[in-house]
Design a protein around this ligand. Structure first.
Ligand SMILES: [Zn+2]
Length: 473
């Protein structure tokens, strides 16, 4: 079991007056740039990936052979094991995958949290193949891999996938892990206490987030065609867990009202219908970074050929304006990965519902991959938007895990264990507030212009240095 991580929620402290945009050139990024031999090594040919569903054994074999075929661009690692002992494999795709590289933001794609939502799993595999095969021929892909560390976890729930059935568009067979838990209800919740017993898969996932300092993430689901953004839960969300009890309660209520207050019966009947068909009350729950989340969601949906139309998957199903929706406004849930990423991991995660059918026939996979390909490629590049840099001391030594916040955005983030930081922001004027125990807090005004990252290295003075100056004055 892992120690619980601390929330990234920011705690206000007293700061010195705002300083004017001092960009410090420490030269650290150059100093730490790993130097390695770029000459090609003898390597086995990459494995071919067809448009079928790949079970755990075949998928693991594909990932192993792919990593071996691209030693410069890919590295395979496991974040832990599922309940039934299957590795939760991740491929890191970046130029210099096996070298230490400072200054590249970590992004991730996570598929198949719900084991029966299979399109995301296969699209993840095709994304891996595409990024690696196109590095030398497609300038945008080269730019991505030269500037971003892309971690792709095709399946967080390999046990669930093994018992899912191709062609099953709805239903829950394979949705849960081998212990019967819904992994996307198994994380600590920002608004409510989550009593669900933590599962091996979510513990491994939480540890991964704590280690890698992800900036941006997409979680791939199925059963709808929409992008959702945090929060998934809200302080006032009401989720009716026992529909049968609710049905009984409401029948009693209707009988009483009909007897004593007949004119209101129609209104009450409507309430009954609502409660029986929708086991929750919805309301938007927006974050301080909603502008960024909406941008990420809408740019994804508008790049997909049909998602932005927001059409319902079937008559009576939900329609989504522009193909995006706030998670809690669609339906609130407790213990989702999306809110956990944002609050605990300082990572902006959106959820992509990839297809109306959760596990469509394999013949449909080429079309799904083609529909999502450009949108995913575009999303991966968004990690370079906003502000980035390093937190260092007066000698230029990196300061790890400094607490940071953009003013008026009350959800914070941290610099990495190597002092790097990133935050996705849209163009505008901002103030960043930085705190680290033993150092003088700082706040710095800066500007973000267009989609070019603003580089802002932040020097923190040790508290003892300040005292020495006072004594010597
Ligand atoms: Zn799902």
């Amino acid at each position: 079991m892992l120690a619980a991580q601390s929330k990234n929620t920011y705690y206000r402290r007293t700061f010195s007056p705002v300083e004017e945009y001092p960009v410090v050139k420490s030269g650290l990024l150059d100093m730490y740039k790993a130097k390695f031999d770029q000459s090609p090594l003898p390597q086995p040919p990459p494995p071919a990936l067809d448009f079928t569903y790949h079970n755990y054994t075949v998928m693991a074999d594909f990932l192993r052979k792919t990593a071996a075929a691209y030693p410069q661009l890919a590295k395979l690692y496991s974040i832990g094991k599922s309940v039934q002992g299957r590795d939760l494999w991740v491929i890191l795709v970046t130029n210099g995958a096996n070298q230490i590289d400072i200054g590249k933001p970590n992004v991730k794609i996570v598929g198949n949290i719900h084991g029966n939502e299979a399109v995301g799993r296969e699209v993840s595999l095709h994304l891996i193949e595409y990024l690696l095969a196109k590095y030398h021929t497609e300038p945008y892909v080269k730019w991505l891999l030269d500037h971003t560390k892309i971690h792709i976890l095709p399946s967080l729930n390999p046990d669930g996938f093994e018992v899912s059935r191709e062609g099953s568009c709805q239903g829950g067979q394979g949705r849960y892990n081998a212990m019967g838990f819904d992994l996307n209800r198994n994380f600590p919740d920002y608004f409510k206490t989550n009593m669900k017993h933590p599962q091996q898969e979510t513990e491994a996932y939480k540890s991964w987030i704590a280690k890698e300092n992800f900036v941006l993430s997409a979680s791939l689901h199925g059963g709808a065609l929409v992008v959702t953004y945090p929060f998934d839960n809200s302080p006032n969300a009401i989720i009716f867990k026992f529909k049968t009890v609710a049905r009984f309660e409401i029948k009693i209520l209707v009988l009483l009202l009909y007897r004593f207050c007949a004119p209101t019966v129609n209104a009450v009947t409507k309430l009954v219908e609502l409660r029986l068909t929708q086991p929750y009350i919805t309301a938007p729950a927006l974050t301080p970074d909603t502008d960024v989340f909406k941008y990420l969601a809408s740019s994804y949906a508008s790049t997909h050929p049909t998602m932005h139309q927001g059409l319902p998957c079937k008559p009576g199903a939900a329609a989504f304006q522009n193909g995006t929706v706030n998670g809690a406004a669609w339906y609130p849930l407790v213990g989702g990965a999306q809110d956990y990423n944002y609050i605990w991991g300082g990572c902006l995660e959106i959820t992509i519902e990839m297809s109306c059918c959760k596990y469509p026939p394999a013949a449909e996979l080429p079309a799904h991959w083609e529909d999502h390909r450009l949108a995913l490629l575009q999303l991966l590049g968004e990690a370079r938007r906003g502000v980035r840099g390093m937190t260092v001391d007066g000698e230029g030594v990196p300061i790890p895990l400094a607490e940071m916040r953009i003013r008026n955005r009350d959800v914070g983030f941290k610099s990495s264990s190597r002092g790097e930081y990133w935050r996705i922001l849209l163009p505008g004027d901002y103030i960043i507030e930085v705190y680290k125990g033993g150092y003088e807090p700082r706040e710095i005004a800066f500007k973000v212009v267009d989609d070019k990252p603003t580089i802002l290295n932040i020097v923190l003075k040790k508290v003892k240095d300040i005292k020495l100056k006072i004594y010597s004055a």
